[in-house]
Design a protein around this ligand. Structure first.
Ligand code: AMP
Ligand code: MG
Length: 412
C-alpha cells in the first residue's frame, strides 16, 4: 500500500499507484453464454474451427467454374443443373457450360469457383441463364478460414466480454467460458443530511443520489453490489459498517465525508482501521478521493458532490475495480477536436469538463454542456464526452484544439 499523502497527486500517478497495489481475484467459474456479458475471461480463447467453417456464397445467384465458360464473344449462356441452399449443399458435379443456383451462405462446392449475383444474369427459362457482365474468377465467395483459422487465439485472459464477443464465442460452438468470479462490491453513502428517495425531506436535507447512480454503474460493470444504505456522520458507526462490509466484500465504495471538514470521518476511520493510499487527486471535479484497505477489502472513498462522485468513480475507482476483477483495462478512445466556444478553466488541476459534440461550419466541434458545478448532474447526463484539460492549462479559446474522451460506446 502506498504511503499516505496530504499533497495532491496526478490522475496518472493515482491510477499507477492503485494498479501496483491491487492483486486481482484468482477464482474462476464456468458461465454459459447467456450470462456472459461483462464477465472477464479467465482463460485464453481459441477459435475451435475455421471461420467461415466452409467456403460459402456471399450472394443469392449462380455458381460456375470460370475456366469452364465457353470461350466466345458475346453473351455466355449456362445451363442450371442443381442448387446449393443454406444447410443443403449441392452434391453433384458440373461440366463445361453448366452452373448451379446458389443462395447466400450456402456451401460453394469444389467444382465451382465463382458466384454471379442474380441481378447480373438474365433468367431465360427455369433451366438457363445468360451472364450479363463479365466477372473476375473467385467473385462473391467467402473462403473457409478467411476471417479466422482453427486454433488461432482470439481473446487473451482478462477480456471483458461484450455482446459482439458473445456472438463470436457462439460461432465457435462454445456453450460456456471460464470467467473470473464476480467482484462483490459494498456500497454506502455517508452524510447526516441525506434521505432515501421515497421518504419526506426535512429542512436542510437532500436526497441521496450517489448511491443510486453508483449502484447502476457497478451493476453495469458486472459486479455484485451489496447496497448497505446510508451511514450518518458518526465515527463509530462508520468504523463499524466499514469493518462489517470488509468481511464479505472485495471492495467498498463510499461517497461523502472524504475531505477534511469537521464531520468528515472517512479518512480518520481508514487511518485507524485500515490504511490510506492517498486522498487528494489533482482533478476537477474531484480532489478528495481516498484509496486504501479495510482488512482485506479495497476501499474507494469518493467525494460527496454528485458529479465529483461519478467522475472520480469513472476515472479512478472503475479502472482500479477492473484491475481487481482481473480485466485487461483499456481507457476510452480520445481524440482532438476544436472547441466551439471559450471554455473557462483555472490552472492547477486536470479538468474533466462535460461536453457535447455539434457541427459548426462543416466541422465537428466540442461545446460545454453548460454550467459545470460539481453538484450539477444535468451537466453529465447530457454529455457526449469529457473534455480533458491538463492541470497547467488555463482558459481555452474558441477554435483551440482540445482532447476529448468519448463517453458512449453503443454496441460494446
Ligand atoms: P461531502 O463530500 O460529504 O463533504 O459532501 C459534499 C457535498 O455533496 C454536500 O453538499 C453533500 O450534501 C453532497 N452529497 C454528499 N453525499 C451525497 C449523496 N449521496 N447524494 C447527493 N449529494 C451528496
Ligand atoms: Mg458529508
Amino acid at each position: 500500500m502506498p504511503v499516505s499523502s496530504s499533497s495532491m497527486i496526478s490522475v496518472a500517478d493515482a491510477l499507477a499507484q492503485m494498479r501496483e497495489s491491487i492483486s486481482p481475484v484468482t477464482q474462476f467459474e464456468p458461465v454459459p453464454l447467456a450470462a456472459l456479458v461483462d464477465r472477464v475471461s479467465a482463460e485464453p480463447i481459441q477459435a475451435s474451427t475455421d471461420i467461415p467453417a466452409y467456403t460459402n456464397s456471399a450472394m443469392d445467384g449462380y455458381a460456375y467454374l470460370s475456366s469452364g465458360l465457353p470461350k466466345q464473344d458475346g453473351p455466355v449462356t449456362l445451363k442450371i443443373v442443381g442448387v446449393s441452399q443454406a444447410g443443403h449443399p449441392f452434391q453433384g458435379n458440373l461440366t463445361a457450360g453448366q452452373c448451379i443456383r446458389i443462395l447466400t451462405g450456402a456451401k460453394v462446392p469444389s467444382c465451382v469457383d465463382t458466384v454471379i449475383a442474380q441481378e447480373q444474369v438474365k433468367l431465360n427459362d427455369a433451366n438457363q441463364i445468360t451472364l450479363l457482365e463479365p466477372l473476375p474468377a473467385g467473385s462473391n465467395i467467402r473462403r473457409q478460414g478467411e476471417e479466422l483459422t482453427a486454433g488461432q487465439t482470439v481473446y487473451q485472459p482478462g477480456r471483458r466480454f461484450n455482446p459482439v464477443d458473445i456472438g463470436l464465442l457462439a460461432s465457435f460452438g462454445y456453450a460456456s467460458v471460464k470467467v473470473k468470479r464476480k467482484l462483490k462490491v459494498a456500497l454506502f453513502s455517508t452524510g447526516d443530511e441525506l434521505v432515501t428517495p421515497g421518504e419526506a425531506l426535512q429542512e436542510g436535507q437532500l436526497y441521496d443520489s450517489n448511491r443510486y447512480a453508483l449502484h447502476a454503474l457497478l451493476e453495469r460493470a458486472g459486479y455484485d453490489v451489496i447496497n448497505l444504505g446510508l451511514i450518518p456522520d458518526h465515527y463509530d458507526t462508520i468504523a463499524d459498517r466499514f469493518e462489517k462490509a470488509s468481511r464479505t466484500a472485495d471492495a467498498i465504495v463510499c461517497s461523502g465525508g472524504v475531505s477534511v471538514g469537521d464531520f468528515d470521518f472517512t479518512k480518520q476511520v481508514l487511518d485507524s482501521y485500515g490504511s490510506v493510499g492517498f486522498w487528494k487527486v489533482a482533478m476537477k471535479p474531484g480532489k478528495p478521493f481516498a484509496f486504501g484497505k479495510v482488512n482485506n477489502a479495497y476501499f474507494f472513498g469518493l467525494p460527496g458532490n454528485p458529479v465529483s462522485a461519478l467522475v472520480t468513480f469513472d476515472q479512478l475507482a472503475a479502472p482500479a475495480l477492473a484491475t481487481l476483477q482481473g480485466e485487461h483495462w483499456q481507457s476510452r478512445q480520445r481524440l482532438c477536436l476544436r472547441a466551439g466556444e471559450v471554455l473557462k478553466k483555472r490552472p492547477g488541476r486536470a479538468d474533466f469538463q462535460r461536453g457535447w459534440l455539434r457541427e459548426q461550419d462543416g466541422e465537428t466541434k466540442v461545446f460545454s454542456t453548460g454550467p459545470q458545478g460539481s453538484a450539477m448532474l444535468t451537466s453529465l447526463a447530457e454529455a457526449d464526452v469529457f473534455i480533458r484539460l491538463c492541470a497547467e492549462q488555463g482558459h481555452v479559446n474558441a477554435d483551440e484544439w482540445v482532447e476529448v474522451e468519448i463517453i458512449s460506446a453503443p454496441l460494446r
